[in-house]
Design a protein around this ligand. Structure first.
Ligand code: HEM
Length: 352
């Protein structure tokens, strides 16, 4: 019988033909030497954390119940009754925080090394899409718990949406699925969190990685620096990423055991908490909203995001006229200081 079918590998290869040469070529593509610096190739870290999010998220979905009556109890049961449930919840929560930190660091590296410049403008925009989707995943996930803070956070977010000019009321009604925050909104948050957002992210990631490969990774200064010697993707770079993944799993486990995901009070639509507290990555936006009328805040935030997305085009225009212009350093520096200041301000306010 074995003689008739050949070895299992032969059997599989004949049923699932793969161009072995193309596969070897992809795996052995040389990586520029400067990617030995960890901060230059930090983009691999959010990719790994995204996988952790998907795996832990699927397991959590086996137990989570997306209904206002049972959502909170199901999360409480995951934390206290399901085997390894608290660990899973904590891993899911902590990897979302680390993913956002890693993405921001990656974005800073790309920005301050000018790697968004031609021909990589489009990939910067795809990256911005990935960041916004990740923030969306953070917001929708936080709201699913249906505890006081997350419930009121979602309520405030829907109210803020209505301050968007022209389409505001429609957007808010779309998110809520009606006029009030209840089952319809929870269903929407759930579908966005476990279906629409991850699917869009996988699509954006595929385009992002394709463009990285198509353009190659940008150079670090002169290509003739001492560490410019390229090295193979497999096994060198691959093993570095595996080592990083193992370290991250260890670090996530430490965080999950030392600071397990907690659970606040059950949502109560009749009692507004003293402070509404979003996740830390929205502190800047929340503080901004407190400083001015809602509509002004929403419009300026929208323009700020647009500035970030379109920065490669704006910078390109400026550099056409002034080829040596490094205005991006000043603009980037000012944006980082402003975002940090607003974030710290809100954090200090919430601590009082
Ligand atoms: C899920 C989130 C993301 C993942 C997994 C990811 C992954 C990667 C990877 C693996 C690279 C190759 C070089 C490196 O490792 O740094 C890369 C390059 C790049 N990324 Fe991302 N990225 C993400 C988000 C972003 C964001 C938020 C931006 C900016 C808004 C961005 C813009 C870019 C650009 C322009 C490049 C080309 C840089 C160069 O050639 O030096 N990415 N990304």
């Amino acid at each position: 019988m074995r003689h008739l079918l050949g070895t299992p590998a032969q059997w599989l290869r004949s049923r699932f033909p793969v161009d072995q040469e193309a596969l070897t070529a992809i795996g052995s593509e040389p990586i520029p030497g400067h990617l030995r610096r960890w901060w230059w190739c930090i983009g691999g870290t959010p990719a790994y954390l995204f996988l952790v999010q998907i795996a832990s998220g699927i397991l959590l979905t086996f137990y989570y119940v997306p209904s206002p009556e049972f959502a909170y109890d199901s999360v409480a049961a995951i934390s206290s009754e399901v085997r390894f449930g608290s660990y899973l919840r904590s891993i899911h929560k902590w990897s979302s925080h680390l993913m956002i930190i890693a993405m921001l660091l990656h974005m800073l590296r790309v920005f301050f090394t000018g790697a968004y410049r031609p021909p990589r403008e489009l990939n910067w925009m795809v990256g911005c899409g990935l960041l916004l989707l990740t923030l969306g995943a953070g917001f929708t996930g936080y709201s699913l718990v249906w505890e006081q803070l997350s419930y009121w956070g979602a309520t405030v977010a829907a109210n803020i949406l209505s301050a968007v000019p022209i389409l505001g009321d429609q957007l808010a009604a779309f998110l809520r699925g009606g006029d009030t925050v209840g089952q319809n909104m929870l269903t929407r948050l759930f579908v966005l969190h476990i279906g629409a957002i991850p699917t869009l992210m996988i699509g954006c990631l595929a385009i992002h990685v394709y463009l990285v490969r198509a353009h190659g990774v940008s150079e670090l200064g002169s290509p003739n620096t001492s560490d410019s010697e390229p090295f193979p993707f497999f096994p060198n770079h691959f093993l570095t990423e595996v080592a990083l993944a193992l370290f991250l799993m260890f670090f996530l486990t430490c965080l999950a055991l030392i600071f397990p995901a907690d659970l606040g009070e059950r949502a109560n639509a009749l009692e507004t908490p003293e402070h509404i507290k979003p996740e830390w990555y929205f502190f800047w936006a929340f503080r901004w909203l407190k400083l001015m009328p809602d509509q002004v805040a929403v419009v300026t935030q929208g323009l700020f995001l647009l500035l970030i997305v379109l920065w490669p085009v704006i910078d390109g225009r400026i550099r056409k006229r002034h080829p040596e212009s490094e205005i991006s350093m000043a603009v980037g520096g000012a944006a980082v200081v402003l975002l940090l200041a607003l974030t710290v301000w809100e954090a200090l306010y919430l601590m009082t």
